[in-house]
Every structure is written in structure tokens, then in C-alpha cells.
Design a protein around this ligand. Structure first.
Ligand code: NG1
Length: 489
């Protein structure tokens, strides 16, 4: 290896130190030759795999992900002007360049540069509220390199948002990311900031990318954001399998995702109306997560008696929902069915499935609590059972699975997984599997044969990027700099 660039590492490196250092070295050289930079810094933001709790985050109910040992890393250097230049070691992501300004115009939907713009715009808005105007910030140039499977439900997009935010902060001498409370504040603002790209997602991905802890999964609660780490079970591995169905954030995929969050908002509005009529006062329900005694001042047993019997199984037209809410169809659409760009989400053919979405989210939230109890009491089989139930609910009630994911989950259970489910937004992407350590090898062999070879009819030489065990890693950080004496390689 050319040893002209010294890399100093602050803190711990993920496992496989030599490979990781070689990667940073290669990135640094690419960066220095592209930008002629002198001193540079290195930062990383991990992807995640969600063990259980799907589509609960934006409904105010908990999730239970872990940050993984796959990440997006960047070598970067601040600039004296206000330009931001983004390079990528993957030639598929061509260079992007933009100026810091009050309102940064987005690239077209799905463009990788938008994830960086989202972070910068979010931070500019945040600091503007703190009376620092955007003129005071400098730009940066950065070279990115990622090994998180893209469009696979492992949150490569939020890792890019989080990483861009760290680069912006570090380039401007800001320290929001350096304390635990600052990291929570940052996670919270980046969750909102990511809506810039068009999805109306929750806050799981940004929070776990920042708050991940090596060897642990993290329970995340929302509104207000808080986290609690739980050690992963000894003797078991978390294995991720890519269905190879791309769940890209194109306009069409975004509409599928956003439809679910719109249905949840409509259902919550209906519940608010029913509870407010029953108790003859304004009952504060905005999200399914508000359905709790301390929030509503209604006994738990009453809450579930009313809410479980509110929705019928058949889907609703917007007209029917508007009639329940006592509003016009236009007002209902304006209040609950808006996309980020202000356009109205069209009424789905066949109607809004309020009961099914309500049941999935409420039961999934309970499964998260039960999973953590199971894990803490060492009942791993129960944990696996809850993962399996979660998959069925994602498939039947939330309708975010697909044929390939269902087949992959089936095969994985036959291959020995004690729990197997889709992970992330769904509509393709990865599954997460809990597998006994001593069964991982045969699990991998069997899934390669039954899913990739027999079912997908693929013959690849290398399956390591499709099917791999993950270790729980620490959250995003600025982890190194060049030309220091420490830890020179
Ligand atoms: P992914 O899998 O990264 O698209 C999305 C949302 C999460 C969460 C999950 C479903 C974003 C950035 N992420 O994740 O907040 O709602 O779906 O549990 O929108």
C-alpha cells in the first residue's frame, strides 16, 4: 500500500481493522487527488437492520433496530466558500455540487445528492431558529464510499443524511453531535429534514444511525425521542438476506410508503372524533401512539374497547371518512392526504384500509415491548416467534411484503432461523433472521441453494453481499483525520 497518507483514528474501529483502514486509505487518496486537499477528516454513519417494529415510528410507537457494521464513510475537507461538492467512489453516483443558500432547491426525485441537501437544509433551518443566518456557514468537499446494500431496507439513505450532517457540523466547528443529548436533538431534526426527499418517514433510521451501540440493539421511543440499549442474545447471530427486489425510493415507491402513513393519519383523525364525541371534550389523539391512559385521561380498558370497535373491515372512501369527521372531502384531503410537494395523494382504488393499518400498528407496537421482555428474560424462541408474527402482520394487514420476501422468509425458517421477517419499509429489500451461531453456516448454504439458485434461478459466484451476518455497531461519528501522528498506518 502507498503509505504517504497517515490516518489517525479517534476511538474504536469496527471489527476487521485492517480491511477498514485499507478502505479509508483508498478513499483518502481518491479524495486528495480529486480535491488536492491537505488535511482531511473521515466520518462514518452506519446502516441499520430493524429487528422488530415496522412502520410504528411515524405512528409514535417504538422500534427495536441495531446499527450494523456496514456504513457510508466519507473523507472530507471544509472549503473557504459556500460550495458543497459531493464525489463518490461508486461511478454510478456522479458528482454533485451546490451552494449553501436559504432555500436549497432539490435535484429530481431519487437523486443521491438530495440526501445531503436534506441534511444541510435541515441544519440551516435549525441554526436559523437559533439566530445564526446561513451566510455564516462554509461548505465542504467530500468523497463518499458505502457498503450498505442500496434500496434494500437497511437505511443507506438515512446513513447518507446523518453522515452529511456530521460533515457539515464538523466543517463549521459546530458540536451538536458530540454529546448524547445533542445527538438526540440532531436525530430528531434530521428525521424531519429527510422529508425533503419526499417520503413522510418516521425517525427510526436517523436515530439508530446516531445512537447505535456495539453489541446492542436499541429500543427507540418517539415524541419525545428516547433510546434504551439491550444486549443482543448470546449464541445467536443476526443474518440479513437481500430478496434482490429493489425497493427504490422512486415516486411510485414513495406513494406506496406515503399511502400507509396517510391511512394511519386518517384513522387517528377518526379515533379523535369518536373519542371526543364519547367524552364530550377535545381528546388529544393525533397518532396511534397517543392511545394511552396518561395521554388521554381515559382508562386503558375503555380506550381499547372503543378503538378496537371503531373500524369496519371494508375499506373506506374519502367521502365516508369526511362524513365521519363532519368535514368536506376537500378539507379532509387538505388536512390528511397531502404530499410534501403540496399535491394531494389520490384516493386509492378500493379505498383506505383503516382497520387493517390500525391493527398492524397497535399490535406491532405491543410486539416490540414483548420482544424486549423476551430478550431480557432470555426467551429467544419467544423473540423469534414475535418476529414471525410481525412478518405475517406486515404481509396481511399492512401489505408491504411481496412474493419474493414471503418465499425468502419461508425458506429461512426451514433453514433454521428461529425468527425471520422482512425489515425496513418493505415492498422488497431485505429480511432479518435470528439464527443460532452454530447453525449460521448451514443456514447460509441452504438459503443460497433454495432462494437464490432454485427460486430466483441465479448463479452467482459470490453471495456475500446478498446474505451476511451483521454485528451491532456504534453510531455515526467523525472517526479520523490524516497527517496526525496517532495510529499512523
Ligand atoms: P427504510 O427501510 O429505510 O425505507 C422506512 C422509514 C422508517 C420506517 C421504516 C418502516 C425513512 C427514512 N425511513 O425505512 O422511518 O418507517 O420505513 O418501519 O422514511
Amino acid at each position: 500500500m502507498d503509505n504517504t497518507v497517515g490516518i489517525g483514528i479517534i476511538g474504536d474501529l469496527p471489527a476487521n481493522r485492517t480491511r477498514v483502514l485499507e478502505r479509508y486509505h483508498r478513499m483518502t487518496e481518491i479524495h486528495i487527488s480529486r480535491f488536492e486537499a491537505g488535511e482531511v477528516k473521515i466520518a462514518r454513519a452506519p446502516g441499520r437492520v430493524n429487528l422488530i417494529g415496522e412502520h410504528t415510528d411515524y405512528n409514535g410507537l417504538p422500534v427495536f433496530p441495531m446499527a450494523v457494521d456496514r456504513d457510508i464513510a466519507a473523507v472530507f475537507s471544509p472549503r473557504a466558500d459556500r460550495r458543497i461538492i459531493l464525489a463518490n467512489t461508486d461511478p454510478g453516483f456522479t458528482e454533485r455540487s451546490f451552494e449553501i443558500q436559504e432555500l436549497i432547491p432539490a435535484y429530481s426525485t431519487g437523486d443521491w445528492g438530495n440526501y445531503c441537501k436534506a441534511a444541510v437544509q435541515g441544519l440551516l433551518d435549525f441554526y436559523r431558529q437559533k439566530h445564526r443566518d446561513s451566510d455564516r456557514f462554509c461548505g465542504f468537499e467530500a468523497t463518499f464510499d458505502g457498503d450498505i446494500p442500496v434500496a434494500a431496507g437497511m437505511s443507506s439513505s438515512s446513513a447518507l443524511v446523518v453522515l452529511s450532517a456530521l460533515i457539515f457540523l464538523a466543517s463549521n466547528g459546530l458540536d451538536l453531535h458530540t454529546t448524547p443529548s445533542g445527538r438526540l436533538e440532531l436525530a430528531d431534526l434530521l428525521a424531519r429534514a429527510e422529508h425533503y426527499v419526499g417520503t413522510q418517514g418516521g425517525g427510526m433510521d436517523q436515530a439508530i444511525s446516531l445512537m447505535g451501540q456495539s453489541g446492542h440493539a436499541v429500543k427507540i421511543d418517539f415524541f419525545p425521542l428516547r433510546t434504551r440499549s439491550a444486549p443482543l442474545p448470546k449464541g445467536y447471530s443476526v443474518v440479513v438476506a437481500n430478496s434482490l427486489v429493489k425497493a427504490a425510493k422512486t415516486a411510485e415507491a414513495m406513494d406506496k410508503y406515503n399511502r400507509r402513513s396517510i391511512e394511519c393519519r386518517l384513522a387517528a383523525a377518526v379515533l379523535k372524533k369518536i373519542f371526543s364525541e364519547t367524552y364530550r371534550r377535545d381528546v388529544p389523539i393525533f397518532l396511534f401512539g397517543d392511545l394511552k391512559e396518561e395521554k388521554l385521561a381515559v382508562p386503558d380498558s375503555e380506550i381499547w374497547k372503543i378503538s378496537d370497535s371503531t373500524f369496519r373491515g371494508d375499506p373506506y372512501t374519502l367521502g365516508e371518512i369526511a362524513a365521519i369527521l363532519g368535514q368536506t372531502v376537500e378539507k379532509t384531503a387538505q388536512l390528511y392526504c397531502k404530499r410534501r410537494d403540496g399535491s394531494i395523494f389520490p384516493e386509492p382504488e378500493g379505498g383506505f384500509k383503516l382497520q387493517q393499518r390500525y391493527r398492524h400498528v397497535i399490535e406491532e407496537g405491543r410486539r416490540v415491548e414483548q420482544s424486549i421482555q423476551a430478550l431480557e428474560s432470555g426467551d429467544i424462541l419467544q423473540f423469534g416467534k414475535l418476529m414471525n408474527q410481525s412478518h405475517s402482520s406486515c404481509r396481511d394487514l399492512y401489505e408491504i411484503s411481496c412474493e419474493e420476501l414471503d418465499r425468502l422468509v419461508e425458506i429461512s425458517r426451514e433453514a433454521g432461523a428461529v425468527g425471520a421477517r422482512l425489515t425496513g419499509a418493505g415492498f422488497g429489500g431485505c429480511t432479518v433472521n435470528l439464527v443460532r451461531d452454530n447453525g449460521v453456516e448451514s443456514f447460509i448454504r441452504q438459503v443460497i441453494k433454495s432462494y437464490y439458485r432454485d427460486y430466483l434461478r441465479r448463479e452467482d459466484r459470490e453471495y456475500g453481499s446478498m446474505l451476511f451476518p451483521c454485528r451491532a455497531s456504534d453510531g455515526a461519528a467523525v472517526i479520523g483525520e490524516t497527517n496526525t501522528r496517532r495510529d499512523r498506518i
